[in-house]
Design a protein around this ligand. Structure first.
Ligand code: SF4
Length: 319
């Protein structure tokens, strides 16, 4: 065990009434790729903005700890740190790739100049050379360092934002739907580059997406979120090929597989819960075709089953 991040009981609230992330706990090992999957509104983005301390009011962390183990340093809880204290860890310990590269790249600056912000302390020429090196690493010709973002394709911009996140060799890169805005060919290329770069540089990744089959291509483990909670977590192959939670199964069957033959898609009936008034018992019960009468009254706790952790009253019973 070589933990990089230990998340314990993280709870995030919007105002007084909406808990969008509830009692979330997991450990991320150094160099591991953890996928976080779920529909819109499942709590994925709330979780990563809380982890990276990028959340803005009315969101606030009301409970829990995010223990980061920096290289050669003492473990630190990121939750109570001030903005000034956090600067020590941003870029060098953890960085983020946003869903839309246009949100991350300044449209008024040449792409190469945007690296100098992250590479503060480096002389301008050295920073320019490092930017070229990083762009080449993600398959962008070094001469594009002088391009403005609008002179690049969507896929190139997204890869440039990944290169930017890697500028200070962080231990953890959080990626929020980094391939949603690109076509499937570019999606495949970006996924392959993430896996290759992780092998070369050894950083860990938290990869957030609504597309469960896509995670099979990159993730070592997958955490599935529903209604702000983790409902299943385990190794990627097991989660994909033998999901224990009915929601995980529904999520998997909602997307065409990237490698296998096309099959009829099933989807999940109904809508995600209104977090202002979550249903009693299991939050998934109004949509679950396997629900028991118990499910409407009692919320299942996470428990270890067959080498993974799942919150469903069916586990232990015949599936
Ligand atoms: Fe379905 Fe019940 Fe399991 Fe919830 S606890 S997923 S309602 S079977």
């Amino acid at each position: 065990m070589n933990p990089l991040l230990e998340v314990e009981g993280l709870t995030v609230q919007y105002g007084q009434a909406v808990k969008a992330c509830v009692d979330v706990s997991f450990t991320l090992e150094r160099g591991e790729i953890l996928g976080v999957a779920g529909e819109s509104g499942s709590g994925k983005s709330t979780l990563i903005t809380a982890l990276t301390r990028l959340q803005r009011p009315p969101a606030r962390t009301t409970a829990g700890r995010v223990i980061h183990h920096p290289r050669g340093g003492e473990p630190v809880d990121l939750v109570p740190l001030s903005e000034r204290e956090l600067r020590r860890y941003r870029w060098t310990s953890l960085s983020i790739v946003l869903q839309s590269a246009m949100d991350a790249l300044n449209p008024l600056m040449r792409v190469g100049d945007q690296f100098t912000d992250a590479l503060r302390g480096m002389r301008k020429e050295a920073a320019r050379e490092r930017a070229k090196e990083l762009l080449t690493m993600v398959g962008i010709p070094a001469e594009r360092v002088r391009a403005y973002p609008h002179e690049m394709s969507g896929g190139m911009r997204q890869r440039a934002s990944i290169a930017l996140a890697l500028a200070c060799e962080p231990d953890l890169v959080v990626m929020d739907e980094p391939t949603t805005a690109v076509d499937v060919v570019m999606q495949r290329l970006i996924l392959q580059q993430i896996v290759r770069l992780r092998q070369e540089l050894g950083f860990a990744v938290i990869f957030v997406t609504h597309d469960l089959p896509l995670l099979l291509e990159v993730a070592d483990r997958i955490a599935v979120m529903y209604g702000g909670r983790i409902v299943e977590i385990g190794d990627a192959t097991g989660i994909y090929h033998d999901p224990l939670h009915p929601y995980t199964r529904g999520l998997r069957d909602s997307f065409p597989p990237l490698r296998a033959a096309r099959e009829r898609l099933h989807g999940i009936p109904g809508s995600p819960p209104d977090l202002r008034h979550p249903p009693p018992g299991c939050a998934f019960h109004p949509r679950c075709d396997r629900r028991l009468s118990l499910c409407e009254e009692s919320r299942p706790e996470l428990r270890a089953v067959d080498g993974r952790t799942v919150a469903c009253h069916l586990t232990g019973a015949a599936r």
